[in-house]
Design a protein around this ligand. Structure first.
Ligand SMILES: [Zn+2]
Length: 219
């Protein structure tokens, strides 16, 4: 029986052999980071790959039967020690190439009200925190975007102050960020201010957010 790392290599070889889109890559960028198998498409057919693996390493077939496995992904699970996932749930960080589970996947997924920037370019938590200004840049004075990576308290700690709390949902409140933004822009009191929307809470039925401001010359 081959060592675990040899099995991982064999699996990688098989992916090449069958020209599958899935890939095995380092989960992070340090020595200790384990390998991660990113399945590109949930419909990808791993059956031929499985049969190929059985030919290359006969003991895998025995394990498959002994452990009552019923699907090729069970074998992937075994070889990768559970370190694998589908690309609609896991993303690769644009900056550090680390693989991470997409945050609030189920909630943000269908959120049409306020776009989550992370849907377009994925950055891991660590990289976003390290590049706060870049992350905030396209959310300032933009009612189409909402800060989801920093809490209201974190925003307060860098000088933003809350003006009002809002909610947009399926049932009772339907606040429109565009209208809120338009209204505040015409407000004399906030003439020299920048504005930003910050998510405070979210569930599948509604999103709660605050409108925050910061004087322009604060920067
Ligand atoms: Zn990163």
């Amino acid at each position: 029986m081959k060592e675990k790392f040899e099995l991982v290599n064999l699996l990688a070889e098989g992916l090449n052999e069958f020209e599958l889109n899935s890939e095995i890559r380092k989960r992070g960028n340090t020595e200790e980071d384990v390998w991660f198998f990113l399945v590109e498409d949930s419909k990808e057919d791993f059956e031929p790959l499985l049969q190929w693996l059985f030919i290359k390493e006969i003991s895998l077939k025995r394990i498959y039967v002994e452990k009552n496995m019923s699907d090729p992904t069970d074998m992937i699970d075994y070889i990768m020690d559970g370190s694998w996932g589908y690309s609609d749930e896991y993303a690769i960080c644009e900056y550090c190439e680390k693989i991470f589970k997409k945050p609030d996947y189920e909630y943000n997924h269908e959120c049409e009200i306020v776009e989550c920037d992370a849907e377009i370019v994925w950055l891991c938590d660590g990289c976003i925190k390290k590049n706060q200004d870049t992350y905030l840049e396209d959310k300032i004075n933009n009612p189409k975007k909402c800060v989801t990576m920093f809490s209201k308290e974190e925003m307060e700690s860098i000088g933003w102050k809350s003006i009002s709390s809002h909610e947009t949902g399926l049932y009772d409140r339907f606040d429109d960020p565009e209208e809120i933004f338009k209204k505040i822009q015409n407000c004399d009191e906030y003439k020299n201010c920048n504005f930003i929307f910050v998510r405070t809470d979210q569930n599948p039925f509604e999103i709660e957010y605050d409108l925050m401001f910061k004087e322009r010359n604060d920067d």
